[in-house]
Design a protein around this ligand. Structure first.
Ligand code: 3PY
Ligand code: MG
Length: 264
């Protein structure tokens, strides 16, 4: 069996723009509904979404049938959890709250086998190696993993160049919600000062030679960030899409009912 190639990592290294969607519903069924909808990549959210290792694995399995580019966001920097996610077949991890080069280096080590890293060896139980069915797994494993770090604090911004320079960091993703909170603007990711900080960060990531990423559910702002050099964007969240479609459908009929009632 052949080692699966990491198409998302290759797309980023070639500077291709990747438009993505957050999967926060935490279920393989909804993940599969969203496969084939036209997004370049999907992010299974293990940080805020109601996910555990098993629900993430189920989503990876469902999406594999559709050859989707999938990234998994970890809840934290835990080395053992990273090992289980990689063994489960996640190839690209997005890790929140990275504020120093040392943290980024520790994450790179967690994702690589010795001698570069400290990833434990357990391919007999690893979907990533098709349970020892990928004959040359160890020759390719380190090359096919990819790390996206999230910078989302004032402290992280001060360390941006040092973080971006860490070998093994393939992309830096700005989290406007947490950055806003860190800047004293909790709940205001669109605040002009936060926007300015995001804009500068995207430019700096690009200048550092790494792929820059960001989230915004505002399509005009997403286009603006894209024009500034953001190469991988999350432009929506499944929960929000469902809620807004349901709300507008209900409102259409409610309005219809009240106006027809008035007509009688
Ligand atoms: C944030 O905005 O803080 C995120 O992590 C997602 O974009
Ligand atoms: Mg965040």
């Amino acid at each position: 069996m052949q080692m699966p190639l990491n198409a998302f990592k290759r797309a980023l290294s070639q500077g291709q723009t990747q438009i993505g969607l957050f999967l926060g519903l935490g279920h393989a069924w909804s993940a599969e509904v969203l496969a084939g909808c036209g997004f370049d990549w999907l992010l299974i959210d293990g940080e805020h979404g109601p996910n555990d290792l098993r629900s993430i694995l189920a989503q990876l399995q469902a999406l594999a049938a559709h050859a989707e580019r999938v990234v998994v966001r970890t809840p934290d920097h835990d080395v053992a959890r990273i090992k289980q996610l990689l063994d489960g077949g996640a190839q690209t991890l997005m890790v929140p709250m990275v504020a120093s080069a040392e943290q980024a280096q520790a994450l790179v080590r967690a994702m690589h086998y010795p001698p570069q890293g400290i990833r434990g060896v357990g391919t007999a139980m690893a979907r990533a190696a098709h349970w020892n069915g990928v004959g040359d797994y160890f020759q390719h494993a380190d090359r096919e993993v990819s790390l996206i770090v999230q910078i989302e604090s004032v402290e992280g911004l001060t360390q941006l160049e040092a973080i971006a320079a860490v070998p093994g960091v393939d992309g830096v993703f700005i989290g406007p919600a947490d950055l806003a909170a860190s800047m004293g603007y909790l709940g205001q990711p669109g605040h002009p000062e936060v926007r300015a900080a995001v804009e500068q960060a995207l430019t700096r990531i690009r200048a550092a030679g790494k792929a820059a990423g960001v989230f915004t559910a505002d399509p005009a702002l997403a286009a603006h960030y894209q024009a500034l050099g953001a190469r991988f964007l999350l432009v929506g969240v499944d929960t929000l899409l469902l809620r807004s479609a349901a709300t507008s459908l209900a409102a259409r009929f409610k309005q219809g009912q009240s106006s027809s009632a008035a007509a009688y």
